[in-house]
Design a protein around this ligand. Structure first.
Ligand SMILES: Nc1ncnc2c1ncn2[C@@H]1O[C@H](COP(=O)(O)OP(=O)(O)OP(=O)(O)O)[C@@H](O)[C@H]1O
Ligand SMILES: [Mg+2]
Length: 367
């Protein structure tokens, strides 16, 4: 049970570096909030301020309406999984997981039940007698997760808890963490730079860059309606295709044009078209937002050369030379029926309803 609120929070270090710049963020009770962003954007700093491990330079942080800027970490009722694990090196795995429970005077029997249950879920039962130095990075990470799991905190903070796991274990641990959130019914704040992890786990995602929030929203909102080029590029694999050009209006239809091609964009309504300072725009086309067609005879068809076909099992990506005057490839996602078209032209229509249009100058979305 924790409703957490940052109000105009700044964090600067003694060397003057501003790590967090005017953070305003409300984290609702029981929600699963993911802080997502590139290395150095201030994710751990934000989490550490919630945990009480970093001072707040300016502004206020509240838990359930009470300002807690000066409340020490052990009085905040939070459990945290650190990016660096922070395990006790001389204790066994069992004792590392049990430590917090012993401090809170749980009985040996209760401790055993909780530790064994966590170990089973994390698949580390066979490692309980080892010490951290005898474990791999991924195993240590799971012990750190176990130590937090056995508690019943009012907020659960996790700093990249799955970054050292192999791909399949990471997927199963994601499911485990989601289950844990459902069972614990408590506020989860989860830090990652992995967009797939954020999309899978979050109720809401906070996208950060250079100590600032760029966008807050549900995974769908962030993926479908990124409000600037950075957010659009940060989410989605392969990265969204970005194509620069100019737009103008002709017979009440918007036309996109650059030195390679002209694309009419039927049904596209741009809320800021009238106030656009310059007509320079960047189109964002996600790999899946195209409709393959068999020939160039359809209306509004675009064509490009296929450079390579990249099957991914369920379907495949085409790497294409869409922009003749640019060395940058465009990636499109198509069904398996295109498996053998590794040479020649690929024809497609744009799903204009799902197209993203950004003002190139400001990088802000115009939709
Ligand atoms: N003690 C310090 N003095 C000065 N700058 C610091 C200090 N600690 C962190 N920073 C800077 O603050 C910024 C934010 O750091 P933070 O650890 O929050 O990033 P992060 O988003 O968690 O990155 P990562 O994904 O690499 O863990 C970074 O640019 C970092 O270099
Ligand atoms: Mg970090």
């Amino acid at each position: 049970m924790a409703h957490i609120q940052f109000h105009q929070v700044k964090k600067f270090y003694p060397n003057g570096f501003v790590a967090i710049d005017n953070l305003n963020l409300e984290i609702y009770d029981n929600e699963f909030l993911v802080l997502l962003g590139p290395s150095g954007c201030g994710k751990s700093t934000t989490l550490n301020m919630i945990a009480g491990l970093e001072d707040i330079s300016e502004g206020t942080l509240s838990f359930n309406g009470q300002v807690i800027n000066d409340v020490p970490p052990d009085k905040r009722d939070i459990a945290m999984v650190f990016q660096s694990y922070a395990l006790y090196p001389h204790k066994t795995v069992y004792d590392n997981i049990a430590f917090g429970l012993k401090m809170r005077k749980f009985s040996d029997q209760e401790i055993k039940l909780l530790v064994m249950d966590a170990a089973k879920r994390l698949e580390i039962t066979s490692l309980l007698e080892r010490r951290p130095g005898q474990l791999s990075g991924g195993q240590r990470q799971r012990v750190a997760l176990g130590r937090a799991m056995v508690r019943k905190p009012s907020a659960f903070l996790m700093d990249e808890p799955l970054s050292n796991l192999d791909a399949s274990l990471r997927i199963s641990m994601r499911a485990e963490i989601k289950q844990l959130h459902q069972n614990m019914k408590t506020t989860f704040i989860y830090v990652t730079h992995d967009q797939a992890e954020a999309l899978t786990l979050a109720d809401r995602i906070v996208v950060m860059k250079d100590g600032q929030i760029l966008q807050i929203g549900t995974p769908d909102e962030i993926y479908e309606h990124p409000n600037n080029i950075f957010v659009a590029s940060f989410l989605g694999v392969p990265q969204i295709n970005l194509i620069e050009g100019k737009i103008h209006e002709e017979n009440s239809q918007i036309i996109f044009q650059n030195s390679d091609f002209t694309i009419p964009l039927p049904d596209l309504h741009l809320k800021q078209f009238d106030s656009l300072s310059s007509p320079n725009v960047t189109l964002g086309i996600r790999a899946e937002d195209i409709i393959p067609v068999s020939s160039a005879d359809h209306p509004h068809v675009l064509s490009c050369q296929i450079k390579s076909v990249l099957p991914i099992g369920s379907d495949q990506f085409l790497e294409t030379q869409f922009q003749v005057n640019s060395p940058k490839s465009c990636f499109f996602r198509v069904g398996k029926e295109y498996r053998n078209t590794s040479e020649g032209s690929f024809h497609f229509q744009l799903n204009t309803n799902r197209l993203h249009v950004f003002d190139t100058q400001t990088s802000q979305s115009m939709r």
